[in-house]
Design a protein. Structure first.
Length: 549
């Protein structure tokens, strides 16, 4: 009988090990100087983005800054990456605005806390590596869809249009185009100058002074010095607070709990995807390897804590993380400095924020939405497989026209159906053909005569629920029932419960005729499933053989 060592399948418990603890060993003055410089620059970069993402999400700009400070500090202090920068990102704009519109800001706080708990659970259950199995057409589809929605929400502010925009995308675009007669040319001028400042700012200077910060300063000065009639943060929101809010427990309503589960799960999945993708990008830049499970726990803790201080969902931010690395960050201390820098800006410069034009922030979000989308996918869509192209377009269209949650659910479902179809088509069961056997294979039957009454079948591919029914046809078309049926399993790497059930049925049919079923060359995962299900005792331990000999 085949004796397999299954010791490698034992569960390894999660250990709470923030990277900052490891990085503090041998930490010196040079590393501290590098981290302070990088963190300060990224803190300045994060300021306009934090306000812009908050406004686009339907909340006040100060809440975006609170999130960047608190979540940014916790993600760096507790995370599994050396240089990850956390805070609000564009990925959450659609889902946050939907939750706020339906359940209010208190509902968003509860939703964020629930998402944080899910992220912690993912980390503790060591699901960090599972997130990467979400198909690329789904992630690119909803990312491009989010980019289009962010762009559409800023058209009104950029041109200063006088119109109430509906939530539905089609109706919103109709209302915006119908309102272009109300365009405010002064607002548009400020937006256009801000947009030009970002695009035309020299690349060689962007590392130390990003274009978004330049646009913020230029747009604000233009509006203030010439007394332009434009909407500002002060006229729209009354400015931003000059300190962090006090700890406050969000208002909880049991009646809303069921409705918040799905958006909470969506936020958790988005946070996991973006944070781990950002960590992978950072790994490539600094030649390091992050701890994905520790990162998920840190993201979860950050999202649990920030709502108690008025914050919104947060995750790892790819652009800010890359800026952190390019400015010389060495350890998570840079991320902590980034949070402290934002806090100092909040405490010192809050009164000046009320002068920032809304069209200036709209210009920044135009650039953000363009950069976050992978628009090359449209150009190369004809080079994709038909299934991938369909999943991509389906997810993109549903994100834009309906809802991000629906888009992700449908995208994942369609991807799964196509995957099952591919598995089914790639798995086949063939009767033994001596001419097709390789003489170099150690399990070759060369030199052996196939005894009368013995049928040998080879299984190729994964034997999962989509292909398990092929086992039912093994004995069809045989006028004389065999005495022995051998299934060669050496190319079967995966087996599921549906396949186990099909094997059980096949074994019962064979035994009903007085014959015997033998399994040959069974790998560790199928072997474990066969033993765990009790099928091994039905087939007979001695009938599960190490090889065909």
């Amino acid at each position: 009988m085949h004796k397999s060592n299954l010791s490698h399948l034992k569960h390894i418990p999660f250990k709470f090990r923030p990277r900052i603890v490891e990085c503090m060993k041998g930490y010196g003055v040079s590393s501290l100087a590098a981290d302070i410089g990088a963190g300060a620059i990224v803190g300045i970069v994060a300021l306009p983005l934090a306000m812009a993402f908050a406004i686009a999400s339907g909340v006040e700009p100060g809440q975006g800054i609170f999130t960047a400070i608190i979540a940014g500090f916790l993600i760096s202090a507790l995370g599994g990456s050396k240089v990850q920068i956390g805070g609000p990102t564009g990925a959450f704009v659609v889902i946050i605005s939907g939750v706020v519109a339906k359940y209010g800001i208190q509902g968003l706080f509860i939703c964020t806390i629930m998402a944080g708990a899910m992220l912690v659970a993912m980390g503790l259950m060591q699901m960090g590596s599972v997130i990467k199995y979400i198909p690329r057409p789904v992630t690119v589809g909803f990312t491009n869809g989010i980019a289009v929605i962010i762009f559409s929400t800023q058209i009104k502010s950029f041109f200063g249009l006088s119109v109430d925009t509906p939530a539905d995308f089609i109706e919103k675009m109709k209302a915006l185009f119908g309102a272009f007669g109300t365009i405010n040319w002064q607002t548009t001028l400020v937006g256009a100058v801000s947009l030009a400042a970002i695009i035309l700012w020299p690349v060689k200077w962007r590392r130390r002074l990003p274009g978004s910060v330049v646009a913020l300063v230029v747009g604000t000065l233009l509006a203030a010095l010439f007394g332009l009639n434009v909407d500002t943060i002060g006229s729209t929101f009354g400015g931003i607070p000059d300190s962090l809010p006090a700890f406050q427990i969000p208002e909880f309503k049991w009646g809303e709990l069921r409705g918040l589960i799905v958006p909470s799960l969506t936020i958790a999945i988005l946070a996991a995807i973006e944070s781990l993708l950002s960590a992978v990008v950072a790994d490539g830049l600094i030649e390091d390897r992050h701890d994905s499970n520790q990162e998920l726990v840190a993201q979860g803790v950050a999202n649990i804590v920030t709502p108690f201080f008025g914050g919104i969902p947060a995750t790892g931010a790819i652009a800010r993380t890359a800026a952190n690395v390019k400015n010389g960050a060495k350890t998570p201390v840079a991320g902590i400095v980034h949070a402290v820098t934002l806090l100092l800006i909040l405490l010192i410069c809050a009164p000046l924020a009320k002068f920032i034009p809304m069209s200036c922030l709209a210009a920044i979000l135009f650039v953000v939405s363009f950069n976050m989308g992978d628009w090359r996918e449209f150009a190369f869509i004809n080079k994709m497989t038909k299934s991938d192209a369909f999943v991509y377009l389906c997810t993109f269209v549903l994100t834009v026209l309906f809802d991000l949650t629906v888009a992700v659910e449908v995208g994942m479902l369609v991807s799964a159906l196509f995957f099952i179809r591919r598995i089914t088509h790639s798995t086949h069961i063939d009767a033994f053909d001596r001419e097709a056997e390789s003489l170099e294979n150690l399990e070759s039957l060369d030199g052996y005569e196939n005894p009368r009454g013995v049928m040998i079948f080879r299984i190729f591919g994964a034997l999962m629920f989509g292909a398990a029914d092929k086992l039912d046809g093994v004995l069809r078309g045989n006028a004389v029932p065999p005495r022995v049926v051998i299934l060669r399993m050496r190319t079967v790497m995966a087996l599921d419960s549906t396949a186990i059930n099909a094997l059980d049925r096949l074994n019962s049919k064979i035994r009903a005729t007085g014959a015997v079923l033998l399994l040959s060359g069974t790998h560790s995962q199928p072997l474990q499933m066969i033993h765990k299900s009790g099928l091994a005792s039905k087939i007979g331990e001695d009938n599960i053989c190490e090889n065909i000999h």
